[in-house]
Write a protein that binds this ligand. Structure first.
Ligand code: SUG
Length: 444
């Protein structure tokens, strides 16, 4: 049977904006209050997704969330008509309104952690939506994320959906951004590498001092239990707190894996040598640890360019390619490094650059925009086929974006009552295009 690693990219929602909501995410803070272009953002994302489909990859899309989130605004006491709720929130608590308007669900690397059937005891693909408790604007995503995942992977025989972890900082969970699956072939049992930022139940354990460590060891362990993974196929590794304090807010900003390749910065982890030995022992195949030194690329350049927020994909030819943001081309040290990398004799043979600047300005690179789901042929067939990228869906979604999205949005536009009408109209039509059923509260 054939096996694939599919990428499910988050569609950028109609309220994509720059509100500086993510403390610890340097791009988000630096670009706060910039004017965004939701239409361009959505089209950049679609173009990347379509390009991967054209390369022969299995590529899907995940629907965005409904924003502004009027349900949360009502839950915290703003009342009246939709327009009144928005207006009162804008006047009395603008920061809370901004949090309820973010299009952050586009970064589907944070939608969930996924374990393929080859790794799980019951032979199903397991999904646990991330609770994202560290950031208010993201903590309102998991319930709808769960609805969207269930409508996309809607077959009980093959897919198992869990509830998100308890909503407490002890279980801070950021999903696949802190999880990498290593394997020889996608269909063979692999090693799931969980990278955490801190231990919640051990206050004396080392952790960052300036910026938050969003992922806890306790959350990673809970996901491994839920997903029925064997101890022998899990490795729990701590992210270096010093790099979190330099803006590496997720592990996928400092390392990325694919099959038996782990591409990482030398400062990415704690206890690197011992943990790599554990990975080597638990893998039943040769590992390629591709290390980038500080001399080659500084942490600052890695954070600015998102060298490690690239996707490493295995092309149908068997060759590996890196999918990088154009920001990597614009950074001289990183561009020189990537040009050299493809000549080094590692499995990575090509680099392809895509412009995802609208997302990058909020700290979301190519890898943030996708959720990986390794599947066999039968499982791919069991996916909601209307969510899979092809020429027809690409054209349809571009037309849909052209019809409903604005080409300029500022934070002061977020209280515009027309925006909620535009957003709901767009999402209602999208659920018909993707045949998702009623995944949004306004449809229930
Ligand atoms: O959670 N940015 C996102 C970026 C997520 C990137 N994802 C991965 N690395 N996998 C975050 O910090 C910024 C929103 C704003 O400021 O308006 C934001 O949420």
């Amino acid at each position: 049977m054939k096996h694939f690693e599919a990428n499910f990219d988050g569609l950028v929602g109609p309220t994509h904006n720059y509100a500086g909501l993510s403390f610890g995410n340097v791009a988000s803070l630096n670009n706060a209050a910039l004017t965004s272009n939701p239409k361009a953002a959505a089209k950049q994302g679609l173009q990347k997704a379509k390009s991967l489909a054209d390369l022969g990859m299995v590529q899907g899309v995940l629907a965005p969330q409904e924003r502004p989130d009027l349900y949360t605004l009502r839950r915290i006491g703003f009342s009246g008509s939709d327009a009144e709720v928005l207006q009162k929130a804008a006047q009395q608590a603008p920061a809370l309104l901004n949090a309820c308007c973010s299009a952050s669900s586009m970064w589907t690397a944070n939608a969930a952690t996924v374990s393929p059937s080859a790794d799980t005891r019951d032979g199903k693909v397991h999904f646990t939506p991330a609770n994202l408790v560290d950031k208010l604007h993201r903590s309102i995503e998991p319930v709808t994320t769960g609805n969207i995942l269930q409508a996309t992977f809607n077959n009980d025989r093959h897919f198992r959906h869990h509830q998100h972890l308890p909503e407490h900082t002890s279980f801070g969970d950021e999903g696949a951004a802190n999880h990498t699956r290593l394997c020889s072939e996608y269909g063979h049992a692999g090693v799931e590498l969980f990278v955490y930022g801190q231990q919640a139940t051990n206050p004396s354990a080392v952790k960052p001092t300036k910026y938050p460590a969003r992922q806890t060891l306790e959350a990673s362990q809970a996901v491994a239990r839920l997903h029925q993974l064997e101890d022998e196929s899990c490795v729990f590794m701590q992210q270096n707190p010093d790099v979190i304090d330099q803006g590496v807010f997720h592990n996928d900003v400092i390392s990325v894996g694919n099959q038996n390749v782990l591409f990482y910065h030398e400062q990415a982890f704690l206890n690197t040598a011992a943990k790599f030995d554990e990975i080597r022992r638990k893998m039943n195949t040769e590992m390629h640890f591709v290390k980038v030194s500080t001399e080659q690329v500084s942490i600052d350049d890695a954070v600015r360019s998102y060298l490690f927020n690239t996707q490493i994909i295995t092309l149908p030819s068997g060759e590996m390619a890196i999918i990088a943001p154009t920001n990597c081309q614009e950074n001289p040290a990183v561009f020189a490094y990537l040009n050299e990398l493809v000549t080094l004799g590692t499995p990575i043979k090509q680099v392809r650059y895509y412009d995802v600047k609208q997302s990058m300005q909020n700290g979301g690179g190519p890898a943030c925009l996708r959720l990986r789901v390794a599947m066999n042929e039968q499982e791919v067939e069991a996916v909601n086929q209307n969510t899979l990228m092809n020429n027809a869906l690409f054209t349809r979604l571009n037309t849909w974006v052209d019809k409903h999205y604005r080409d300029q949005l500022t934070v002061s536009d977020l209280a515009d009552p027309q925006l909620i009408i535009e957003s709901r109209t767009a999402l209602d039509e999208l659920t018909q295009i993707l045949k998702l059923g009623s995944v949004y509260q306004f449809q229930k």
